[in-house]
Write a new protein. Structure first.
Length: 190
C-alpha cells in the first residue's frame, strides 16, 4: 500500500511550549500510516504543550534527548510553537540530533516556527521552504527560497506555515517519510 510507514520509526523533537495541534495531529497521521513514533526531548518526564497563548496538555517524553541517537530513527518531525524552537535552537544536542538526519539523507518535516531549529543548524541555505509568516524573513536571510504556501516539499524536507496547513502538511509528510532517504538532505548538511 502506498505511503505506508509500517516498521518506520519517527522521532518528534520537542521542548516545552510546542503548539499542541502541530504535534498531536501529525503524530496521529504518522501512527495511522503505521509508524512507530517517539517523543524526544531535552525535558525530563514530560513536555508542556500550548494552544496558541494558553496552556495545553503535557505529553510524556519517550526518549530523553541526552541518550537519543538519530541512527535509531527513519525520519524527524519538528512541531512549532514559539517557545519550543527557541529552546531547541540553542541546545547543541538538539542541533546535532537534527543535523544527523540531514547528514544521513533522512526526511524531516517542520511546521510553523519549527524551521527555526533548521536555521540554527545551518540547514536551510538553498532549500525551498515555508514557515510561519513571522519567520519567513529569517528563513530568507538564512538563504532559503521562501514561498508563502501551505506546504513545500524539497527533496525530503517538508515545511508548512501554521495549524491551518496541517492536512496538507500531514499528507506530504507521510508521503516523504514513506519514500525514505533523499540525496538533497545530505547535500544541505555539507
Amino acid at each position: 500500500m502506498a505511503n505506508r510507514l509500517d516498521g518506520r520509526k519517527v522521532a518528534v523533537l520537542v521542548a516545552d511550549g510546542f503548539e499542541q495541534v502541530e504535534l498531536t495531529e501529525p503524530v496521529k497521521a504518522l501512527k495511522e500510516a503505521g509508524a512507530q513514533v517517539k517523543i524526544v526531548s531535552p525535558m525530563k518526564g514530560q513536555v508542556q504543550g500550548v494552544n496558541h497563548d494558553k496552556k495545553g496538555d503535557a505529553i510524556p517524553v519517550d526518549q530523553p534527548l541526552e541518550g537519543a541517537n538519530a541512527g535509531d530513527f527513519d525520519a524527524l518531525l519538528l512541531p512549532g510553537g514559539v517557545m519550543n524552537p527557541d529552546t531547541l535552537r540553542i541546545n547543541d544536542k538538539a542541533i546535532a540530533f537534527t543535523r544527523a538526519f540531514f547528514e544521513a539523507g533522512k526526511p524531516v518535516a517542520a511546521i510553523c516556527h519549527g524551521p527555526q531549529l533548521l536555521i540554527s543548524a545551518g540547514l536551510v541555505k538553498g532549500r525551498k521552504m515555508t514557515g510561519y509568516s513571522a519567520i519567513q524573513v529569517d528563513l530568507a536571510n538564512a538563504g532559503a527560497q521562501v514561498s508563502d504556501t501551505e506546504v513545500i516539499v524539497d527533496q525530503g524536507l517538508v515545511t508548512s506555515r501554521n495549524p491551518k496547513d496541517i492536512p496538507a502538511f500531514n499528507a506530504k509528510m507521510v508521503e516523504e517519510f514513506a519514500e525514505g532517504r533523499h540525496r538533497g538532505q545530505r547535500v544541505a548538511a555539507e
